[in-house]
Write a protein that binds this ligand. Structure first.
Ligand code: ADP
Ligand code: 5GP
Length: 191
């Protein structure tokens, strides 16, 4: 998966739908893929490492990077800023590696405009109640934060038809299979 076939894959969908879980499986199934590390002003969760899970920035640092036009896209989500740094993308693409962005829906829409050649994949839940169960089960967000994320999810789900591909993450293995097949289909047989 290198050279001219290097692609940008945008994986989006509501919080708790299983994007992170599916991407982890995707990276095991297609090891040549690189994952872009986003910047955020959100506080690190327990176990999260700066430069690995996110580039954790202060509000001032984030605004400075916006001013310097360092972001391919950025958005405010649940009271915090998140963004994809152009340098992250370039770092991967320059090595000829396809790159995966795990981002929310506003950012995905910006990437579609900036890079129409990107492959956009929306991960949907089997139904909305599953999102609450998964967010609760994950145990990383307060009850208030979960409510905020579920409210945003309603708006995000309303946009799912705008994306190139839609995968329902009900059975994890089946969803991972579908994701792998979309990615391999886009990069060609040598992947
Ligand atoms: P996101 O990255 O979209 O916010 P996560 O990958 O963190 O979501 O998944 C949220 C929770 O749901 C995690 O606890 C994860 O283990 C669980 N999960 C993900 N996919 C499935 C699935 N297909 N069936 C059951 N639980 C799942
Ligand atoms: P979390 O706080 O759960 O890590 O992420 C919250 C939301 O922000 C998730 O939907 C996640 O996909 C999204 N997100 C993570 N990084 C980025 C990014 O660089 N840009 C945008 N627009 N969203 C992001």
């Amino acid at each position: 998966m290198s050279g001219e076939s290097a692609k940008v894959f945008v994986i989006t969908g509501p919080s708790g739908v299983g994007k992170g879980t599916l991407i982890k499986q995707l990276l095991e199934r297609v090891p040549d893929l690189a994952l872009s590390v986003s910047a955020t002003t959100r506080a690190p969760r327990e176990g999260e490492e700066d430069g690995v899970d996110y580039h954790f920035l202060t509000e001032d640092q984030f605004q400075e990077r916006i001013g310097a036009k360092d972001f391919l896209e950025f958005a405010t989500y649940s009271g915090n800023h998140y963004g994809t740094l152009n340098s992250e993308l370039d770092r991967c693409l320059e090595k000829g590696r396809s790159v995966v962005l795990e981002i929310e829906v506003q950012g995905a829409t910006q990437v579609r405009a900036a890079r129409p050649d990107s492959v956009q994949i929306f991960i949907a839940p089997p139904d909305e109640s599953v999102l609450r169960e998964r967010l609760r089960g994950r145990g990383t967000d307060s009850a208030e934060a979960i409510d905020r994320r579920l409210k945003t999810a309603e708006q995000e789900l309303a946009q799912q038809d705008d994306f190139d591909h839609r995968i329902v993450n009900d059975d994890l293995d089946q969803a991972a299979e579908e994701l792998e097949s979309i990615v391999r289909g886009a990069v060609g047989p040598e992947a």
